[in-house]
Design a protein around this ligand. Structure first.
Ligand SMILES: *Cc1c(COP(=O)(O)O)cnc(C)c1O
Length: 397
């Protein structure tokens, strides 16, 4: 079959493929501990569901404005005014079918062939493939665990070239959970000031932070970057609304309009009643978010403590999100079930076969020495899974 070069340049999102695998195994009755979920395990808060049900009953079943309903765009603009002091007009807001779609539209609207996108690694799986789909060139810059998986100003300065069109910042990060502190963002912003590139700040985990970590927006810290910064965010992670598919972008009007045109010729508006739910999510009381974050923090504390005890694991303590990304380099070269573990992917395969525990190999996030655990699962499952991994590691030759 003759397929487009574009489609051949990319791979399917590995996390979604693994989640499907986990489902199949469970359906077969296998007692699997699944640490692959890239989504909160909590249910969407009732008030949000009610708002969508009401909208449905009211007959909100027609096309909406391609960019999203005005009250939602207004509520998003107001959130950013309230929380960061930004003055976005509602026409500087584009509501899309998830944060992923918001990012996709932006990259499609901004990149020309050969334009470079600087992506600190480990990175969220879709940044590089979406860049390729838009004809751009991903320029991956590995961060160091000693630096807390945070890009240093020196690394950024070296990575930025006249070809750089976009720098993508994701704090707290998927997969490492690393969050940038104020001074670190200020230092990066001083480097960015001198370069004529755009910044995409993927702020999807802004609310999921621990130990009093304070989330800062780079554009709020440095007004000189405001006109060049695009923010993407989503209802998915903050409000446990992954299936609803509502995310959004904010930024300079011209860019938002261009991204909106791409949306108008592809998906049109995001689902009408999901927008009604998202409006309630953003406008209503935020108590449930705090409850979820407190629960996530307990789980992070437990999983970091449990994994750190396993010989061969080195586990960075994340500032946010709901992932840990331990380094398993010391396990490489050892033998399990008659097979030498040569990569993180082999380690994942071994844990699945020996321990019935599923995690995501680091390769797809740009690291061959790490594996990703999502702790969007219960404390009991975390205990059980870590116990099984500990036993499986003991069996390695
Ligand atoms: C989950 C995730 C997204 C996209 O989520 P949507 O469900 O599409 O809103 C974007 N960026 C990162 C880093 C994520 O982890």
């Amino acid at each position: 079959m003759r397929l487009s070069e574009r489609s051949k340049a990319i791979k399917p999102a590995v996390t979604l493929a693994l989640a499907a695998k986990a489902q199949t195994m469970r359906a077969e009755g296998i007692d699997l501990v699944n640490f692959t979920a890239g989504e909160p395990d909590f249910d969407t808060p009732q008030r949000i569901k009610d708002a969508a049900v009401q909208a449905l009953k009211r007959g909100m079943t027609k096309y909406t404005d391609v960019r999203g309903i005005i009250p939602l765009r207004q509520a998003i603009a107001e959130k950013y005014k309230r929380e960061y002091g930004f003055d976005y007009h509602r026409d500087q807001v584009l509501v899309s079918c998830g944060g992923k779609h918001a990012l996709y539209n932006l990259l499609q609207a901004l990149l020309n062939p050969g334009d470079e996108v600087v992506i600190p690694s480990p990175y969220w799986v879709s940044y590089s493939d979406m860049t390729l789909l838009a004809g751009g060139v991903p320029r991956i810059v590995p961060t160091k665990e000693e630096d807390g998986f945070r890009l240093t100003p020196e690394q950024l300065a070296t990575a930025l070239t006249p070809k750089t069109r976009i720098f993508i910042l994701n704090s707290p990060s998927n997969p490492t959970g690393a969050g940038y502190h104020r001074e670190e963002l200020e230092a990066l912003s001083r480097v960015l000031e001198k370069h004529d590139c755009l910044i995409i700040s993927d702020d999807i985990y802004e609310k999921i932070v621990y130990d009093n970590f304070h989330f800062y927006s780079i554009a709020a810290l440095n007004p000189k970057l405001r006109e060049r910064t695009l923010i993407t965010n989503s209802a998915s992670k903050t409000y446990a609304m992954t299936g609803w598919r509502i995310g959004y972008a904010l930024g300079p009007q011209e860019i938002i309009a261009a991204a909106g045109n791409i949306q108008s010729q592809s998906t049109s508006n995001p689902t009408s009643i999901a927008q009604a739910g998202a409006l309630e999510a953003i406008q209503g009381p935020q108590d449930e978010v705090e409850v979820m974050v407190r629960e996530f923090q307990k789980r992070r504390d437990l999983i970091v403590e449990r994994l750190s005890r396993i010989p061969g694991f080195r586990c960075f303590n994340p500032q946010g999100a709901f992932y840990v990304f331990p380094n398993v380099r010391s396990l490489l070269g050892r033998t399990g079930k008659g097979k030498k573990l040569g990569s993180a992917a082999d380690v994942v395969e071994y844990f699945l076969a020996e321990a019935r525990v599923l995690v995501v190999p680091g390769e797809d996030f740009g690291s061959s020495e790490n594996i990703r655990f999502s702790y969007a699962t219960s404390l009991e499952e975390i205990e059980k899974g870590c116990g099984r991994i500990e036993a499986a590691v003991k069996k390695l030759d």
